[in-house]
Design a protein around this ligand. Structure first.
Ligand SMILES: O=C(O)CCC(=O)C1=CC=C[C@@H](O)[C@@H]1C(=O)O
Ligand SMILES: [Mg+2]
Length: 325
């Protein structure tokens, strides 16, 4: 016997600089619960405004059609669905079939918004590898460079990930790099998409010796995983990529070419984030995932992120509404 429930959630959020052009005040999405033969599986379907191609209305329509087929035992394909829908459904199915392990990788790369004192305090609480992520490209390139250099110098075992979201011209990117000593450049694990085009980013990396990573590029239709000089990593945001199976294929290709695959958040609630931590534990065990986004929210949903003291909203909370199906 199969049953399905669908919920809509809305949680207050302060995205600050994590989203560049749109400051989200509320994160919205769907929660899908599938039950079969005494097993239960949950999934979160939450297109991210500004990043996802699909909106929540389309995601809900696709989810409803899929649920109807699944309940009727019809062949219910997930690959053709929008990425957020395919990812959320695949999580619910993976829990139902017990293919997603319970253990999660809850180490995070703390997001630094430019205050080295705050970063210092956060990093001091981390055991093991100290990796942090800093957004760059919002202010002066010189300032970004000075800040990154200061953090690298102040914390000698710090490894830094930077993310420019394609904001810089080559000239600006080089201004940034000029502020980083040659010695400290080695502790920049990578900078995600420094320049406006992939070719300019490649040129930046070749000229500065600073490693780069693809993030936006991974989601382009013609993207193929290909090892290149100075390309250290590819970032995978499953809500923007698609089903677990699709993400795992990508991870395997990235690993086969000797690069790092970094599972990263699309600002999911604690339900989706803990599933991403479990995926990271299972498929990228040696890499710190990019999942430090829970604290942008005022509440967790249904499940708790290890060590978080944010309140946990349950199905009766005002943040969650049950939808008729
Ligand atoms: O990757 C991380 O460490 C955290 C998530 C994160 O930085 C992002 C999530 C969603 C949208 C973004 O602007 C940003 C990114 O571009 O990687
Ligand atoms: Mg990025």
């Amino acid at each position: 016997m199969k049953t399905a429930e669908l919920y809509r959630y809305q949680i207050p959020i302060e995205t600050g600089v994590v989203l560049r052009h749109r400051r989200l005040k509320c994160r919205e999405g769907l929660l899908l619960c599938l039950r079969e033969n005494g097993n239960t599986g949950w999934g979160e379907i939450a297109p991210l405004p500004e990043f996802s191609q699909e909106d929540l209305i389309t995601a809900e329509q696709q989810t409803r059609t899929w649920i109807a087929d699944w309940l009727l035992q019809k062949k219910a394909e997930i690959e053709p669905l929008a990425p957020s829908v395919a990812f959320g459904i695949s999580c619910a199915l993976a829990e139902l079939r017990n293919t997603l392990g319970d253990h999660g990788n809850y180490r995070t790369a703390p997001l630094c918004y430019g205050d080295p004192d705050a970063l210092y305090a956060k990093l001091n609480r981390i055991e093991g590898e100290k990796v942090a992520k800093m957004k760059v490209g919002l202010y002066e390139a010189n300032r970004d460079g000075l800040l990154a250099e200061m953090c690298l110098t102040a914390i000698p075992d710090l490894k830094l990930r930077l993310d420019a979201n394609r904001m810089w011209t080559l000239e600006k990117a080089l201004l940034f790099a000029r502020k980083i000593s040659l010695e400290n450049r080695k502790r920049i694990q990578f900078i995600e998409e420094p320049c406006q085009t992939a070719d300019l980013s490649r040129q930046f990396a070749a000229e500065t010796g600073i490693a780069i990573a693809w993030d936006e590029s991974v989601r382009e239709p013609d993207f193929v995983v290909k090892k290149e000089p100075n390309l250290a990593a590819c970032v995978i945001k499953p809500t923007l990529v698609g089903s677990i199976e699709k993400c795992v294929k990508l991870i395997e290709q990235i690993h086969q070419q000797g690069m790092t695959a970094v599972i990263s958040s699309s600002i999911e609630s604690s339900l989706g984030l803990t599933q991403l931590a479990r995926l990271a534990h299972q498929y990228t065990p040696n890499t710190t995932p990019g999942l430090d986004t829970l604290n942008l929210m005022q509440s967790q949903l249904l499940r708790s992120w290890q060590g978080s003291d944010l309140p946990i909203a349950d199905l009766n909370s005002p943040f969650i509404t049950k939808l008729a199906i």
